[in-house]
Design a protein around this ligand. Structure first.
Ligand code: P71
Length: 460
């Protein structure tokens, strides 16, 4: 008989943080006070917090003890040198520039490499990445394969670049492309991987045009897990080796250490060429801090250094992606429309298919995130028209093909029972989906509006 053998997380729990349950009435009040925006909810009003996997991971006992030896010297901190050594060892880049988090690295990098009128191609936009590129004077052009914009497509590497599109762009803009901005995995596509083969082709193509490749390495361990699983040439290889080879196909990376590297805060920019590094260090002292801390405390750099290593353990990453898949498969079995395949850091609900009666002008994903919160206190995040923002030229809403709600799983934080509760709650919203109303905006900030915008239901 072929019996399935279950496996579990490669850790046990040493410290717990109690969470508060709320009543339906409390949630109704909290949501109205938050302007129907889950970013504006107070965490005390949230039962299971799946807003983001960013900075929300549980650190290990090794990370917590490393924090005790943090060297808080203003200059030349030992903790910086330990972080630098970890980045060199595990990702292979020569120059390491610490930043307060990922967007700090994006800001510095964009300012150093981009000139007004440049064009930056990338495998789908990310909100902060694109905004820093635009603020530096570039236009971002999406060159991801078309399957990435189709929630239902089962393509195994939806993070891949459309090589012909990239080549046409390189030919059309000679001398105007400072780098290709390549994410592994692609967050906005649903946490989808780029294959080693595709990245190698991007590397070769850009080299012929004398253009750099800059990786967004924020979820590179999760990307490596999918390659180990799906790309024949990577089958059976250790995650750490796949990650190192992925980085070797680029000239540098930006990193938010709040995701894969299992820290609560931190990030860095890493590059191989000394000139770019020097220019970056020069700007760093204006915007982030000295080049041996860049906005992090010594203890933060220690937590990142240890977290990088832990993030690359094969048993860790299998359990991490496995938990996300457990939630996704359960919801898919019940017929809830999801981005397929299930991604590395969260389950992405297809809000258009879920709420076909709400047109995109009335923000179905925002409305769905609000409805999911109301049901049982699960907090998710809109990743659709509100996140896409307005076109800087026309000022009109950008209406992306993907109108999604992301249930994002923090690393090493929740149990399988939490996942069951989440799936059951979303199912209950799905069964009553015709009662969910569209939203209109009542307040909108200028930049990254999704963080602070306020809404009201159409029938209000
Ligand atoms: C996520 C975040 C955090 C976030 C950022 C913006 C809007 C909503 C939530 C941050 C990323 C990311 C990628 C691929 C760079 C950053 C910025 N993601 N690249 O998914 O996913 O890093 O937050 O440390 O500044 O919730 P930073």
């Amino acid at each position: 008989m072929d019996r399935k053998r279950s496996w579990a997380e490669p850790f046990r729990i040493k410290v717990v943080e109690p969470v508060r349950m709320t009543s339906a009435e409390e949630r109704r009040r909290a949501l109205a006070e938050a302007g129907y925006n889950t970013f504006l909810l107070r965490s005390r009003d949230v039962y299971i917090d799946l807003l983001t996997d960013s900075g929300t991971s549980a650190m290990s006992d090794r990370q917590w003890s490393a924090m005790m030896i943090g060297d808080e010297a203003y200059a030349g901190s030992e903790s910086f040198y330990r972080l630098e050594a970890a980045v060199r060892r595990f990702y292979g880049y020569e120059h390491v520039i610490p930043t307060h988090q990922g967007r700090g690295a994006e800001h510095i990098l964009s300012k150093v490499l981009i000139h007004a009128g440049d064009v930056v191609p990338g495998n789908m936009y990310f909100t902060t990445t694109r905004l820093h590129q635009e603020l530096a004077g570039a236009q971002f052009v999406d060159v991801i394969i078309p399957e990435a914009h189709d929630a239902a497509s089962n393509h195994p590497f939806k993070g891949n670049v459309d090589l012909e599109k990239l080549e046409r762009l390189l030919i059309a803009h000679p001398g105007k492309v400072p780098y290709a901005s390549i994410a592994a995995t692609v967050n906005m596509a649903g946490g989808q991987p780029i294959s080693m083969e595709n990245l190698r082709a991007v590397r070769e193509l850009t080299r012929r045009h004398n253009v750099r490749v800059i990786l967004d390495a924020t979820r590179i361990a999760e990307n490596a897990y999918f390659l180990q699983e799906r790309e024949p040439s990577q089958a059976g290889r250790p995650i750490a080796d796949i990650v190192k080879d992925t980085c070797a196909l680029s000239d540098g990376c930006t990193m938010s250490a709040k995701k894969d590297p299992l820290a609560n805060i931190g990030g860095f920019l890493a590059v191989n060429d000394a000139e770019t590094a020097e220019a970056a260090r020069n700007l760093l002292v204006i915007f982030e801090g000295l080049h041996t801390y860049g906005g992090m405390a010594g203890r933060d750099m220690e937590a990142v250094a240890v977290g990088i290593e832990e993030s690359l353990h094969d048993d860790h990453i299998r359990a991490r992606v496995g938990q996300v898949r457990y939630l996704g498969e359960k919801m898919a079995e019940w017929g809830i429309p999801l981005v397929q395949p299930i991604g590395g850091h969260g389950v992405f609900v297809d809000a258009r298919a879920f709420l076909p009666h709400i047109t995109q002008e009335h923000y179905p994903a925002q409305a769905l995130a609000a409805a999911i919160y109301l049901d049982a206190g699960v907090r998710s995040m809109e990743r659709g028209a509100v996140s896409a923002g307005r076109d800087p030229e026309t000022g009109r809403d950008r209406l992306p093909k993907l109108e999604l709600v992301r249930l994002t799983i923090p690393r090493r934080v929740y149990t399988q029972a939490h996942m069951d509760v989440v799936a059951e709650s979303v199912l209950s919203v799905y069964e009553n989906r015709d009662q969910v109303k569209g939203l209109r905006i009542t307040y909108e900030p200028k930049y990254l509006r999704f963080f602070q915008a306020r809404f009201e239901p159409l029938d209000a």
